[in-house]
Design a protein around this ligand. Structure first.
Ligand SMILES: [Ca+2]
Ligand SMILES: [Ca+2]
Length: 196
């Protein structure tokens, strides 16, 4: 078996990944096993198809969009550090130890702001920094789907957009998005406990 740290040594760049993501060594080992299990042909990276095996993503209406975020530069492969970096956005914030964060260090990936940024890019399909009416409609369609008529969906889209669109330019900027979710407990909603 060996100690935790000797087992973690099989993970490439484990120390820098740990610093960047905030995951504990035990979590990283667990995720590395998961990564290897998903990588069925032992390629050393995961493809879109590998990620589609994740049950939670298969049933999530935004699953495909979440899978897209593993491939930011339109590449078709994600290595272990890229895999963990996306998952780090979902790390619960209360797992944080109480030590005061060094202000010179970059904001943790699981901060409220980074969670919001992650959610925003799920809506911003063309990545231009704004959620257009069309993009809002598409995402709402994925989420509420067949339960409503097209007309109802369009009016839900109108309403959602109007509520968030403070400067009335017909689209939702990141700041407007963040503001409209001000009262929502994003930290809790966007948390997945990796180790139970
Ligand atoms: Ca857009
Ligand atoms: Ca706007």
């Amino acid at each position: 078996m060996g100690s935790l740290s000797s087992r973690a040594a099989v993970i490439p760049d484990v120390d820098s990944i740990r610093r960047e993501t905030g995951f504990s060594q035990a979590c990283l080992l667990h995720l590395h096993h998961r990564f290897q299990a998903l990588d069925r042909d032992k390629k050393g990276y995961l493809s879109r198809m590998d990620l589609q095996q994740i049950g939670a993503l298969a049933v999530n209406p935004l699953g495909d969009r979440i899978i897209d975020s593993f491939f930011p530069d339109r590449s078709q492969r994600v290595d272990f550090s890229g895999f963990v970096r996306v998952l780090a956005h979902f790390r619960p914030t209360e797992e944080e130890d109480s030590e005061i964060r060094d202000p010179k260090k970059p904001e943790p990936l699981n901060s409220r702001m980074n969670k919001l940024r992650f959610a925003f890019q799920l809506y911003d399909l063309d990545g231009d920094g704004k959620i257009s009416w069309q993009e809002m409609l598409q995402v709402l369609w994925l989420m509420v789907g067949v339960q409503v008529t097209e007309e109802q969906l369009e009016s839900i889209t109108d309403r959602t957009l109007q509520e968030a669109d403070e400067d009335e330019d017909g689209a939702v900027s990141f700041l407007e998005f963040a503001k409209s979710l001000e009262k929502m407990n994003v930290e809790q909603k966007m948390s997945i406990r990796i180790l139970k």
